[in-house]
Design a binder for this molecule. Structure first.
Ligand code: FEO
Length: 175
């Protein structure tokens, strides 16, 4: 059975994941109406879907452990961006925030000696390492590309492949 404190923390995380899903949906939708960003658009549609799965996993876990998952109300995410670079900075900022909040719950689970929740959260810890690395790599690439349109063309063409290579653990390489 989950303690009230952990249940609240996990429900807060449900909201965080749901809000991430909405933010990435908004990013996908903004990219969708910019010229030539089909790859980035698809990347964020997929990213939004992934965050929904992260939320769902938490909802099911809370209920399974005798708690009650709360489907949250959400604020409207940012829906327009001054540039693609700014959008990717938001992406990284959000992922860093998610990692911090996962770490806080891991800490809480240990304090409460809830090893089942601690164990459950390890999946999120590993996932966040990947997500942060991905977001950082993409930001670094955009930094390098600057205003170079052919660089941007390649970035958009290859972005889905970057994700695959990073989740396989080769780090999307920093060379
Ligand atoms: Fe589920 Fe990318 O945080």
């Amino acid at each position: 059975m989950l303690s009230t404190t952990l249940q609240e923390a996990l429900n807060k995380q449900v909201k965080h994941e749901a809000a991430s899903s909405q933010s990435y949906l908004a990013m996908a939708s903004w990219c969708d109406i910019q010229p030539g960003l089909q790859g980035v658009t698809e990347f964020f549609y997929q990213q939004s879907e992934e965050e929904r799965q992260h939320m769902l996993k938490l909802v099911k876990y809370i209920n399974e452990r005798g708690g009650m998952a709360i489907v949250p109300a959400l604020e409207q995410p940012i829906i327009t961006f001054p540039s693609l670079k700014k959008l990717f900075e938001e992406f990284l900022k959000n992922e860093t925030g998610v990692s911090e909040s996962i770490n806080d719950i891991v800490h809480l689970a240990l304090q409460e000696k809830d090893y089942a929740t601690h164990n459950f959260l390890q999946w999120y810890v590993a996932e966040q390492i990947e997500e942060e690395r991905l977001a950082r790599t993409l930001n670094e690439k955009l930094e390098m590309i600057g205003e170079d349109r052919s660089g941007l063309y390649l970035f958009d063409r290859d972005i889905l492949a970057y994700r695959t290579s990073i989740s396989k653990g080769d780090g999307g390489h920093r060379h």
